[in-house]
Design a protein around this ligand. Structure first.
Ligand code: FMN
Length: 321
C-alpha cells in the first residue's frame, strides 16, 4: 500500500531525513533516498556554487527523489531560486524561523511550474496555514524537542493542531527516533515521519567521530537551548560553551548578548561537529539523542524505526482499559 506522502513524493517509505545545515550532504542524502525515504540536502545557508556542487553530487549517487533545503528569508531565497533554476531538483524543502506569506506566495508556484514538489516545515500552526495557502504539497509539523532551531510547542501538542487545520498530508518531526515515537506520530494524525538527530550517528554522515561518541554517550538532561538573544535559539549538548552562552545571556541586555553571539551558531557548530571539540564547540541535537545508543547505516535507521513502528502499532490492540 502506498500512503499519500509516498505518492506525492514518489518514495517507498514515509520517512524524511530532516535538512541539517552543512551536515546532511550528498552521501547521507543519497543513502536515505536509495533506502526508500527522502534525503534532504542541508544547503540552505551555503553559497550558491557549493549548493550546486552538492546537488550535482547527489544526482550522481541516486536516481531517486531527494530535496533541497531553502530558507524562506529575503537574501537567501533569491539565491536559492537561482540554484533551483540551474539544478531542477525534484523536491524543495522550505523552512524559516517564521514563514513569510508573500515569499511563499511568490516562489512556490514558480517552483511547482517547473515540476518541483514543495514540502514546508512548520513549527507554528500559523506557518502550516500559510504553507497550505501558498500551495505546499506537504507540511512537516516540527515540535520544540527536535534538533536545529527550537520553537515553542511540543510535537505532541503541535501535530494534532496542524492535522485539524489543514488538509495536505502532515509529517511529524521532533523527538522521533524509534518505533514508539514513530507510532505516536501516526496516532497523532501524521502520514509520515521526519528524523534529524537519529541520522547524526549514521555511517554516511561525516561529522567528527568524537561528536558521534558524544551523542551516543548522552542521556537525559543532556541538551540545552541557547542563543535566545539573537532570536534564533538552537538546542545543543550541554558543555562549557553552552554554559558560557547562557551566562552571557543572563548577564547582558539582549542587544549586547546578541552582538557577542553574532555568527556563533555556524562557528561553534564547525568546531563541535567537524573538529570534534565537544567542550568549546556546539553539537546541535534534539532531546531524543538520549535514546540513540549505536551507530548504524542510514538504511538500518530507517528500517529499524519503521519496522518497530509497525510492531508498536500492531500491539496497541492488546491494550486493555
Ligand atoms: C545538526 C542539525 C542541523 C539542522 N539544520 C537545519 C537546517 O539547516 N534547516 C532546517 O530546516 N532544519 C534543520 N534542522 C532540523 C531538522 O531538519 C529536523 O527538523 C529535526 O532534526 C527533527 O527533529 P529530531 O532532531 O528530533 O529528529 C537541523 C537539525 C539538526 C540536528
Amino acid at each position: 500500500m502506498t500512503n499519500r506522502v509516498e505518492k506525492i513524493l514518489g518514495i517507498k517509505k514515509p520517512v524524511i531525513q530532516g535538512a541539517m545545515a552543512f551536515t546532511s550532504l550528498a552521501p547521507l542524502v543519497s543513502a536515505v533516498s536509495n533506502a526508500g525515504g527522502l534525503g534532504v540536502l542541508g544547503v540552505g545557508y551555503m553559497p550558491k556554487d557549493a549548493s550546486i556542487v552538492e546537488i550535482e553530487k547527489t544526482k550522481k549517487l541516486t536516481n531517486k527523489p531527494f530535496a533541497v533545503n531553502v530558507i524562506m528569508q529575503e537574501g537567501l531565497v533569491e539565491q536559492a531560486d537561482e540554484v533551483l533554476e540551474e539544478t531542477q531538483p525534484p523536491v524543495v524543502y522550505a523552512d524559516a524561523m517564521r514563514l513569510n506569506d508573500s515569499l511563499c506566495q511568490k516562489y512556490f508556484p514558480i517552483w511547482q511550474k517547473k515540476g518541483m514538489k514543495i514540502i514546508v516545515k512548520a513549527s507554528y500552526l500559523k506557518d502550516a496555514i500559510t504553507a497550505e495557502k501558498a500551495g505546499a504539497n506537504l507540511v512537516i509539523a516540527k515540535g520544540w524537542e527536535g534538533g536545529g532551531h527550537v520553537s515553542f510547542e511540543s510535537t505532541m501538542a503541535l501535530v494534532p493542531q496542524i492535522v485539524n487545520a489543514i488538509s495536505v498530508p502532515i509529517i511529524a518531526a521532533g523527538g522521533i527516533v524509534d518505533g514508539r515515537s514513530g507510532a505516536a506520530a501516526f496516532a497523532l494524525g501524521a502520514e509520515g515521519i521526519e528524523m534529524g538527530t537519529a541520522f547524526l550517528v549514521s555511517d554516511e554522515l561525516s561529522i567528527n567521530s568524537r561528536a558521534k561518541d558524544a551523542i551516543i554517550a548522552a542521556g537525559d538532561m543532556s541538551t540545552v537551548e541557547v542563543s535566545y538573544a539573537n532570536d534564533a535559539p538552537f538546542r545543543m549538548i550541554a558543555n562549557k560553551l553552552s554554559e558560557q552562552i547562557r551566562k552571557t545571556e543572563a548577564t547582558h541586555l539582549k542587544k549586547a548578548a546578541a552582538e557577542k553571539e553574532q555568527g556563533l551558531d555556524a562557528d561553534a557548530i564547525r568546531m563541535g561537529m567537524y573538529q570534534g571539540d565537544t567542550e568549546n564547540g556546539a553539537i546541535m541535537v534534539g532531546q531524543d539523542l538520549a535514546l540513540i545508543k549505536s551507530r548504524k547505516s542510514a538504511k538500518q535507521i530507517i528500517d529499524d524505526v519503521l519496522g518497530d513502528t509497525r510492531k508498536v502499532l500492531d500491539s496497541l490492540n492488546d491494550i486493555e482499559f
